[in-house]
Design a protein. Sequence first.
Lengths: 242, 228
Amino acid sequence: MWLWIHKLGSPPHAYRLLGKMAPWFGWPALILILLATWWGLVWAPRDYQQGDAFRLLYVHAPSAWMSMFTYVVMAVAAAIGMIWRIKLAHAAAASCAPIGASFTFLALATGSIWGKPMWGTWWVWDARLTSELILLFLYLGYMALRSSFDDPQRADRASAVLAIVGVINVPIIHYSVEWWTTLHQPASVTKLDKPSIALEMLYPLFIMMVGFQLYFGWAISRRLRGEILRRERNAKWLKEGA
Amino acid sequence: MHRAPTTSAAGLVFRRDLMLAWRRWDDVAQPLIFYVVVTTMFPLATTPDLAQLREISGGVVWVAALLASLLALESLFRSDVEDGTMEQWVLSGQPLGWLLLAKVASHWVLTGLPLVVIAPVVGTALGLPFEAWGTLVLSLILGTATLSILGGIGAALTVGVRRGAVLLSLLVLPLAMPLLIFGSRAVGMVMDGDSPAGPLQLLAAIFFLTLSLGPVAMSAAIRISVES
């Protein structure tokens, strides 16, 4: 058991393992996302209030969920890297950030496209949209801090502190924004509140979420492999052809 | 090895920073002038009508205060890291968090407190009613103090970085958004005739949370910046 965990921390071993794992994430992700897309767009019934526009939910909700999930994964990886000084954990945190930022951007973009037919405007200062926007700023700040160091070890540890401070702040930000909007514009928020959603609408959403989760696994395996290559470019095991 | 008590070491740091600032008081005055200039721009950009300005006065005073106190943060640890003082502190055996907290406290006395004092005057110029003064001052005291600690973490992270000032605002401003929300809401609620206790208590809660966890993060960040 412990040997297995220790082996995980070694770059050559992790590199090979990730290479083997990636297809096991990638193909199921592709199949599930395609299935859920077809199900969501064609089989699922129209919403009686929102018409076909509600089908954006199948992209919007999973990406919003993944944007937060990725931030937590990033902070946990950063904390592991800080506490046990595992370089590979730092590399994992570094590879999380661009994926998470993309999910956040996707959630914002689909939210705003959804908002156009629902609210009649591209952007409203809705609680969830606003805290998603602040989350995007947090991701961008993390990546900016990381890229401003030349020394990768310093970049790792400094950005780890930021990720941990950020993850403590995320709930505070979320609730403060929620409180702020309920005071300002209660009407538009309740409009989005879905009256208990029909089960046949929900199945594709679950499948899509699992698909996105697997996609994340695939993307992080690929990115982490790249990150290992970049960090270990002068290492002996690479030259020997791992 | 003989070690001075932590409180007196922190007190010395605090006094030293105040004295340094006293001898270079124009550095202290600059954020304050910036604050007044920025708030002047809002009536020019929107409307000179006091009734309309009153609507946004709480928010303007708060946004300008955040920006002004960020200005001075960038140089908070820089000179100490560059001349090696910080290394001595790290090696001194004193709890680094306390020394840094003393530094942040003196920073707040030099930049936060003047902002708090001048804010009612600036607010009045924007049509802020007299009844809101107390809430504005109280919310700004809590808000700028929290921001000083948050900014201290940011400054400790970016101390050895090129173009640290822009990066610092990019890191700290998203974290400071709850302060802005609660602070300007407290002022707004007083102006609407409501009790501002709710947002003020939340501000105080955030302040104490930051006060307890902030020094840990700050000293971790300083160690990273100094060790390498």
